[in-house]
Design a protein around this ligand. Structure first.
Ligand SMILES: [Mg+2]
Length: 296
């Protein structure tokens, strides 16, 4: 169930549409798409990136058309990602290369949120060096840091690096995780994300990490504030049942599960029923009361 400052009527309408409410006009061969205000019930969207818009460097089929429809319909959106292997600048370049409409200010990442939240504080970084440009407000140090900051290091999560971070924790630093995702979908299969390594540091140090990115409500609220919309007016679309769907619902948004990326049948988060399930983001325009043409 949606909690917080939600409006139950909005969810009911979305469900009706999801089960086949075909009460919008036939737009025939219109070259792009038509927005039918009568059946629109969300005013904005938060959209996950990896596994939702693309896998690796390959766009999900229909994803670019969906984004074109949202642009045509004037529906505001923000990209909300837990990606910590790339800087926001690199994410923007990657989206642009794949043909997605993007401006840097549309992209919300755990690193950019951390730079605001922890500005001026000292930390020992266990993050990719490519993220340093997004963390310019923090002071990196190995001399009595206030925090240990963990992002996804992939193959660079070595024993030596984890052990050094562990020693900082045992010397008084607090554990902060940019995100705690369990796994993600690479081109060749599912792979470990930062979460298992955060859990290892939690286990060894006895601390519980403060998590910055999804599914934490403040992260969603920052994107909502930027949209200028209330939680009940916005849906989050993503492939991660826990971080995207359940997290958004906890913050009061609608949660839309796409069956791409890391989605697997039967791995839904217990107790977290999505408000809407789509085979992919290609189905979003119809669910929102738009009908995509065969171009764009
Ligand atoms: Mg994802």
């Amino acid at each position: 169930m949606v909690s917080g400052d939600d409006e139950p009527g909005g969810k009911a309408l979305l469900r009706t549409l999801a089960v086949g409410g075909k009460n919008y006009k036939d737009v025939g061969s219109h070259p792009r798409c038509v927005f039918i205000p009568a059946v629109m019930n969300v005013k904005g969207l938060l959209i996950d990136l990896d596994g939702t818009l693309y896998t690796g460097n390959v766009p999900i089929e229909g994803a670019r058309k969906t984004l074109a429809c949202l642009k045509d319909a004037g529906i505001p959106y923000r990209y909300v990602t837990n990606t910590t292997r790339q800087s926001r600048r690199e994410i923007v370049a990657r989206l642009d290369d794949m043909g997605f409409p993007v401006l840097e200010e549309l992209v919300f990442t755990p690193a950019t949120a951390t730079n605001i939240k922890m500005r001026g504080h000292s930390c020992y970084p266990l993050v990719s060096e490519t993220l340093f440009e997004d963390l310019g407000g923090l002071q990196f140090t190995s001399m009595s840091p206030e925090f240990v900051l963990v992002g996804d290091l992939g193959e660079d999560f070595t024993y030596v690096r984890l052990d050094a971070a562990f020693r900082q924790l045992m010397s008084g630093a607090e554990l902060v995780a940019l995100q705690k995702n369990r796994y993600w979908k690479k081109e060749d299969g599912l792979s470990l994300d930062a979460g298992p390594f955060v859990a290892a540091l939690e286990y060894a140090s006895g601390q519980v990490a403060t998590v910055i990115g999804k599914p934490e409500p403040p992260f969603f609220r920052a994107a909502l504030a930027d949209l200028g919309l209330s939680a009940w007016e916005v849906a989050m679309v993503g492939d991660d049942a826990r971080a995207d769907v359940a997290g958004a619902q906890k913050a009061g948004l609608l949660g839309v599960q796409v069956k791409t990326g890391k989605y697997r049948v039967g791995i839904e988060t217990p107790g977290a029923e999505p408000d809407l399930v789509l085979n992919s983001i290609a189905g979003l325009p119809e669910a929102l009361g738009m009908q995509a043409g065969d171009k764009g």
